[in-house]
Design a protein around this ligand. Structure first.
Ligand code: F6R
Length: 613
């Protein structure tokens, strides 16, 4: 039995998804090339298809895949939008694909965001006609937005809609705010192919990756067709495949609650999930679940495996209890590296454990992988310059160089337009602001200033929100640190749905560096994955649950406050409007409350970790 109304393929991760989909596209191009026919591709922008584009570029370079017979139509473009702007989808497509392959520029089609308003209808009609004249789209690549949009067909888009001007949903504008350095700079409108235009493609390949897409994926794949969720219209298309990574597939019934459709293969971790789920459904503590509760929720066969509800309840209760690790069960006198993608992920995600590890006398290094300079407001730079000026005015530092620096940077900032990439001197100032905050943060937790290391990985240094892929230089820097510290334990960000993909890239750098380090004779350290800024590990998935007292949580929040540049309205708050410290408090208390509700001990707050196998 399946509840899925679209054919769905689940793969391990973003990279594998990129390879599979690129292979499908390459096969199509090659068979059309062999038949002497053009291939018409519908393309998407956004972060999800980037892996596909990278793989297509690789195939072009290494496997002679030719795009000379390919014609492309992009789904959408913001309006109004100058094609030369760093935010335009024209620029995105040329930078991420077209400039690297042998496509003929005349064969590239992207809606024009710079036509006068009174010519929009004509431009949209022209776009539809050009698609028809090319023989229609052979394969349409799609991402999915958290509103369920495909292209920019926001809630309310009809099944018969065609290329047109649309108003962007608030959720979409929030999700794109990072790319525009703030929500206010995100255009309010866009030109997009319609639902009907998309459904006319002969084949549709839709992609989603990351935990933040899990709910909308389930709605699109298992829910009723509804114009409130444009992706559900794909259920009416005979040749659509949904490619998902494990995180985006997590809410599908076959993965989240497979026993409901009779397909559960009972592993120990699935047994824990089923019993915790039953406890949530019934509102009862685990040890109070009865035969009847199990029977009413299609779990009788699970009880049968254990002989009685008591035996099953006891086993799961003990398994959860065994995850709890107070300070006495945490390492002592060990060499430890905490890898923090941005300066503050360390504190936000694992401030409690960092403090406990410091008290336990471990030798801790906190390695900040990127500078995080993009997330500092200009007004913060001005404030720090003002401070410098005041020191100079009172004779504490030489006045002339301070005044000169102040004049130069203020001048650059005054001429900056919203969304412009910062001059390198401003980027440096922003990096230094975050470095000083990072040091203040770890000192609050009892670590020494010299525990902080700033790796400044090259992949991040584009000055733009879109980063380069990980390269050998990034891996070499991480390898060198492993070699120097020879850690017994490392902490790595395991939340892969951060809005800009930086956490995912940082994790790749660490994984690759661990491989080269072990190959060179290094001892593989234990790896603990933390989550935190955006989401927390559920108690069922966590390997370790570390209790925090009220004082420890307060200390952690004090340390988060040290990241002042992120404290007011952080430029990248994501869909959750709360400040980081509020999310942390809710999440850590929430984990403890969940354990309490399940009938285990009542702690004040808890952090959760998964040990990577
Ligand atoms: C992009 C587009 C959008 C995106 C969607 C997902 O051309 O039309 O529908 O595919 O918003 O964006 P990402 O991949 O950035 O999560």
């Amino acid at each position: 039995m399946t509840l899925e109304r679209i054919r769905t393929i689940v793969v391990d991760d973003h990279d594998e998804l990129g390879r599979l989909v690129a292979r499908r596209i390459a096969d199509l191009i090659q068979s059309r090339n062999a038949a002497g026919k053009p291939t018409v591709l519908g393309l998407a922008t956004g972060s999800t298809p980037l892996g596909v584009y990278r793989e297509l570029i690789r195939m072009h370079r290494e496997e002679n895949l030719s795009f000379s017979g390919v014609v492309t139509f992009n789904l959408d473009e913001y309006y109004p939008m100058d094609p030369g702007s760093i935010h335009s989808y024209h620029r995105f497509m040329w930078e991420n694909l077209f400039a690297e392959i042998d496509i003929h520029p005349d064969n590239v089609h992207i809606p024009s965001g710079d036509v006068p308003r009174d010519c929009i209808a004509e431009e949209c009609e022209r776009y539809e006609q050009t698609i028809r004249a090319a023989g229609g789209i052979d394969l349409q690549l799609l991402g999915i937005g958290r509103t369920g949009h495909i292209g920019f067909n926001e809630p309310g888009s009809g099944a018969d809609s065609r290329t047109r001007l649309v108003i962007l949903d608030l959720v979409t504008r929030k999700d794109t705010a990072a790319d525009f350095f703030g929500e206010d700079n995100v255009p309010r409108e866009a030109l997009t192919m319609g639902v009907r235009t998309i459904l006319e493609a002969r084949e549709v390949v839709i992609l989603a990756t990351g935990e933040h897409k899990a709910d909308i994926v389930r709605r699109a794949v298992e829910g009723e067709v509804d114009h409130e969720v444009a992706a559900t219209f794909l259920q009416q298309h005979p040749n659509t495949i949904f490619f998902l990574d494990l995180s985006a597939a997590a809410a599908l019934t076959r993965i989240a609650t497979p026993w409901l459709i009779g397909t559960a293969e009972w592993t120990p971790s699935l047994v824990v999930r089923a019993v915790v789920w039953l406890s949530q459904q019934t509102g009862k503590a685990i040890l109070k679940l009865t035969q009847r509760d199990y029977a009413e929720h299609r779990l009788s066969s699970l009880v049968a495996r254990y002989g009685s509800p008591g035996a099953l309840n006891g086993e799961v209760f003990n398994a959860l209890g065994a995850k709890i690790r107070g300070r006495s069960k945490l390492p002592r006198d060990a060499r430890i590296i905490c890898f923090s993608p941005h300066p503050d992920d360390d504190i936000i995600s694992m401030g409690g454990v960092l403090h406990k590890l410091a008290v336990n006398g471990n030798q801790i290094t906190v390695a900040y992988m990127t500078s995080g300079n993009l997330a500092v407001f200009d007004h913060d730079v001005r404030r720090h310059l003002d401070f410098l000026g005041r020191l100079a005015a009172e004779g504490h530092i030489p006045a002339a160089p301070a005044a000169e620096l102040q004049r130069r940077i203020n001048d650059v900032l005054a001429h900056k337009r919203p969304g412009d990439v910062d001059a390198s001197e401003v980027q440096d100032a922003k990096r230094l602001i975050r470095e000083s905050e990072a040091v203040a943060g770890i000192r609050t937790l009892g670590l020494a200033e010299h525990a902080a290391r700033f790796l400044d990985l090259p992949f991040y240094q584009t000055g733009k929100v879109r980063k380069d892929p990980i390269g050998p230089a990034d891996v070499a820097i991480v390898h060198q640190l492993l070699d120097e510290i020879k850690p017994e334990l490392i902490f790595v960000a395991g939340d892969l749905s951060d809005p800009h993909g930086t956490h995912r890239v940082c994790k790749q750098a660490i994984t690759q560096a661990l491989e080269t380090y072990v190959a060179a004779g290094g001892q593989r350290p234990e790896v603990w994955l933390y989550r935190g800024a955006w989401q927390e590990w559920p108690v069922t998935e966590a390997t370790w649950l570390v209790p925090l007292s009220q004082e420890e949580l307060r200390l952690k929040i004090q340390a988060i406050f040290k990241h002042q540049s992120q404290k007011d309205t952080a430029p990248f708050p994501g869909p959750d409007e709360r400040e980081f410290w509020q999310r942390v408090e809710a999440r850590n208390k929430g984990t403890a409350a969940e354990l309490d509700r399940l009938g285990l001990a009542e702690y004040f707050a808890m952090e959760a970790y998964v040990v990577e196998s």
